[in-house]
Write a protein that binds this ligand. Structure first.
Ligand code: ATP
Ligand code: MG
Length: 302
């Protein structure tokens, strides 16, 4: 039975509730199972794929209005351990949207120019314009993840010594909360996704990258090394979510062991976010209507 749009939206709403974190109240990462597939089983996979396809069409229609209205901007932030499926989720969920209304920025290790500035600088340059969806594939959150797990990276940031204290992570969280509040007060709708993959599933995917020649390019030795710091990363992610999950910029803890499920949760969250904006096509005023009538007359007289 084909899924109706109404059911998709209802479904999206439910999924949205299950994985959205809006405050620090008792958040524990271990309460979230990377292998979770909601109340869907493997046998529902084809239906889930169909739902994703419909969801993506719905998303494209919303994005068209976002673009036409030209008031709100949407910022989607993706964070995850390697091989959690960030790239695939971004690709699938945004597959139907008009590329003109969408911009993706990937943040890798900072360049020397980046390091000559405050850490938000390079991200600010890529904030989406009004009417657009901006995607951050990694972000300023790396500053409290990889940099926290490898504090020696702080040394490269050329910060004045007296500013680097034990409080630096709390200060970063505070600054990030304030930055996101500032953005939200300026019409930037923020949604953040932590793709939560399990350690053994990551190993399986790494081995797949080693075994399949077409996937070899995706493997990097550094990724395997970072895996050794798994516990530290999970602790850093947990604290990051506790400290920066807010009503105006919630985190989604998305189960990532099953890619088909990851994608529908992300699509559902983006649909919910756009639907919350009450988007409308701009109404044309009387003068504009007259202009249109005159144009029609001119064309018809040719
Ligand atoms: P892929 O799926 O292609 O591996 P990726 O997002 O992991 O995608 P990489 O080319 O591996 O891309 O580069 C990302 C690396 O850059 C990560 O290891 C990340 O921790 C690191 N990085 C990102 N931001 C910072 C930062 N502010 N400081 C230090 N390292 C950073
Ligand atoms: Mg990588």
């Amino acid at each position: 039975m084909p899924l109706s749009l109404k059911r998709i939206i209802k479904f999206a709403h439910k999924l949205d509730d299950a994985y959205c974190v809006t405050s620090d109240k008792g958040f524990r990462l271990r309460d979230y199972d990377p292998g979770d597939t909601g109340n869907l089983g493997r046998e529902d996979k084809p239906r889930a794929k169909e739902a994703l396809k419909l969801g993506v069409e719905h998303l494209a229609a919303l994005q068209d209005m976002l673009y036409a209205q030209d008031r709100w901007a949407v910022l989607l932030i993706f964070q995850a351990m390697d091989a959690a499926g960030k790239d695939g989720a971004i690709k699938h969920v945004m597959s139907g949207v008009n590329p003109q209304g969408c911009q993706v920025a990937s943040f890798k290790a900072p360049s020397s120019e980046d390091l000559d500035h405050d850490y938000l600088w390079r991200c600010m340059k890529h904030l989406p314009e009004r009417g657009r969806i901006g995607i951050f594939n990694r972000s300023y959150y790396e500053e409290a993840l990889v940099v926290r797990v490898h504090p020696e990276l702080l040394g490269k940031q050329k910060l004045p010594e007296e500013l680097v204290s034990k409080r630096i992570w709390d200060e970063r969280f505070e600054d990030i909360r304030n930055f996101e509040r500032y953005l939200s007060r300026n019409g930037v709708l923020i949604r953040k996704f932590f793709l939560h993959v399990g350690r053994s599933e990551q190993k399986r995917r790494f081995l797949e990258r080693l075994d399949e020649p077409d996937k070899n390019w995706k493997f990097s030795e550094a990724d395997a090394r970072e895996r050794g710091h798994w516990k530290d990363y999970m602790a850093a992610y947990e604290e990051m979510i506790r400290e920066t999950a807010t009503e105006y910029a919630p985190w989604y803890v998305v189960p990532a062991n099953n890619k088909w499920f990851t994608r529908i949760v992300v699509a559902a969250a983006v649909i919910e976010a756009l639907a919350s904006l009450d988007l409308r096509y701009p109404k044309v005023d009387k003068r504009k209507l007259q202009e249109l009538a005159a144009a029609r007359k001119l064309l018809m007289s040719e």
